[in-house]
Design a protein around this ligand. Structure first.
Ligand SMILES: Nc1ncnc2c1ncn2[C@@H]1O[C@H](COP(=O)(O)OP(=O)(O)O)[C@@H](O)[C@H]1O
Ligand SMILES: [Mg+2]
Length: 337
C-alpha cells in the first residue's frame, strides 16, 4: 500500500549566521511513512532543536528538503500538478502551537470555519455548510450553539485550540500534523484536546503525527513514537515499550525527566548528566556520545546504525549491536504495530 505521505532520505540543512557560513543540519537522512495501513497516532519527540518541526514542515510541503524526497501518494511533491497540490492541501492538515495566531479578532469564529469550505468548494448550500461546521465542532467536543456567533476573545484557550482542530477537520483530511498543539494551553485543558485528537484517529480514521517535547502526553495518546536527537532517529517503535523501557541512553534521559505522578517509578534514577560539549554536532560517531555515560570508543568514531532489538523496536546505539541492523529505509517496519 502506498503511504499518503513519505519522507525518503530527507535532509534539511539551514544556512545561517553571518554570510551564511554557519549551517545547521536540522534533519538528516530521514525516512518516515504516514497514513499507511491502520491509521495511527505517531509521536515525533525530542528536545527543543532536535528537528521535530522541520520534519513536520517538510511533510506539509512548507519547506523543501536540501536533499532527498517528500512523496505525496507516491509522487514527489516537488513535481505535483496543481490539481494534486490542491488535493494534498485538503488531505493533509496542520495544527500549530499557538491557537491565537490564526485568529483575526474582528471576525467571528464562524468565519474561520466558513473560509476553508468556500475555498475548497465543499458545500453547495448554506444548510450543507452549516451541517459540516456543526459536525466538525461536535467531533472536537464543542457545542455549536456555544461556539458559533462568538468572537475569539469570548472563547477560552482550550476552545480556541479545539476550533483550530475543527477547522482542520472540516476539510475531511486523511492526515493531521499537529506540532505542539497543547503546549500553549492550560494543563487542565490539555487532556480534552488530546482526547479530541484521539477521537479523530479512532472514530474517523485520520492518521496523526503528534509533534511534542512532552513524552508524557505522547505516551497517553500515541501508538508509536520516533525519538529524534539532533536530526536523527535515536529510537523508534511502539510507544509502550519505548516509554516504559527506553533503550537508547538519550530516551532514558528524556523519560527520566518526565514528571510522573507516581513517585515509585524508577526512571528518575536513570537520568544522565550531560558531559562535555553538547552544542557541537559530532560529524563522526554517535551524536549523543558527548552526553552519554555509556560512550565507548566506537561511539566516538562511527555513527551507529539502527539495531532492531524487537519486532517493533529500533535503537541507534552500539549497546545493542548484537541485534540485527535495520537499514534506514526500513525504519517504518518497526512502526507497524
Ligand atoms: N529557519 C531556520 N533557519 C535556521 N535554522 C533553523 C531554522 N529553523 C530551524 N532551525 C534550526 O534547526 C534545528 C531544528 O529545529 P526545529 O526543527 O525547529 O526543532 P524542534 O522543533 O525539535 O525544536 C535547530 O537547531 C534550529 O535552530
Ligand atoms: Mg518545534
Amino acid at each position: 500500500m502506498t503511504p499518503i505521505l513519505e519522507l525518503r532520505n530527507a535532509t534539511k540543512i539551514y544556512a545561517g549566521g553571518l554570510l551564511r557560513r554557519r549551517s545547521t543540519v536540522a534533519l538528516e537522512g530521514s525516512y518516515l511513512s504516514v497514513g499507511e495501513g491502520r491509521p495511527r497516532i505517531t509521536a515525533i519527540a525530542g528536545e527543543s532543536g532536535s528537528g521535530k518541526t522541520t520534519m513536520g514542515m517538510l511533510l506539509l510541503g512548507f519547506i523543501e528538503p536540501t536533499s532527498g524526497e517528500i512523496l505525496y501518494r507516491g509522487k514527489n511533491l516537488a513535481q505535483a500538478s496543481r490539481e494534486e497540490l490542491r488535493r494534498f492541501r485538503q488531505e493533509v492538515q496542520a495544527i500549530f502551537q499557538d491557537p491565537f495566531e490564526v485568529y483575526n479578532p474582528f471576525y467571528k469564529v464562524d468565519h474561520l470555519l466558513t473560509v476553508p469550505i468556500a475555498k475548497f468548494g465543499l458545500a453547495k448550500t448554506k444548510e450543507e455548510r452549516r451541517e459540516k461546521i456543526e459536525s466538525a465542532l461536535i467531533n472536537v467536543g464543542l457545542r455549536p450553539e456555544e461556539t458559533l456567533g462568538r468572537y475569539p476573545h469570548q472563547l477560552s484557550g482550550g476552545q480556541r485550540q479545539r476550533i483550530t482542530v475543527a477547522r482542520a477537520l472540516i476539510l475531511n483530511p486523511q492526515v493531521i500534523i499537529a506540532d505542539e498543539p497543547v503546549s500553549m494551553v492550560d494543563a487542565s485543558l490539555r487532556a480534552t484536546i488530546l482526547e479530541a485528537l484521539r477521537h479523530l484517529n479512532r472514530e474517523l480514521g485520520i492518521s496523526i503525527l503528534y509533534i511534542t517535547h512532552d513524552l508524557a502526553t505522547a505516551y497517553h495518546i500515541c501508538d508509536n513514537i520516533l525519538v529524534l536527537y539532533q536530526g536523527s532517529v535515536a529510537e523508534a517503535g511502539d510507544v509502550d515499550g519505548i516509554i516504559l523501557e527506553p533503550q537508547h541512553p538519550y530516551t532514558q534521559l528524556l523519560v527520566g525527566s518526565i514528571p510522573w505522578p507516581d513517585p515509585k517509578r524508577r526512571w528518575g534514577e536513570e537520568a544522565i548528566v550531560s558531559q562535555g560539549d553538547v552544542a557541537g554536532q559530532a560529524t563522526h560517531g554517535c551524536k549523543f556520545a558527548p552526553r552519554c555515560r555509556y560512550a565507548m570508543d566506537i561511539c566516538r568514531e562511527t555513527r551507529p546504525p539502527h539495531y532492531r532489538t524487537a519486532e517493533t523496536r529500533a535503537v541507534a546505539c552500539f549497546l545493542y549491536r548484537d541485534s540485527p541492523v535495520l537499514p534506514p529505509e526500513e525504519i517504518n517496519s518497526v512502526l507497524d504495530t
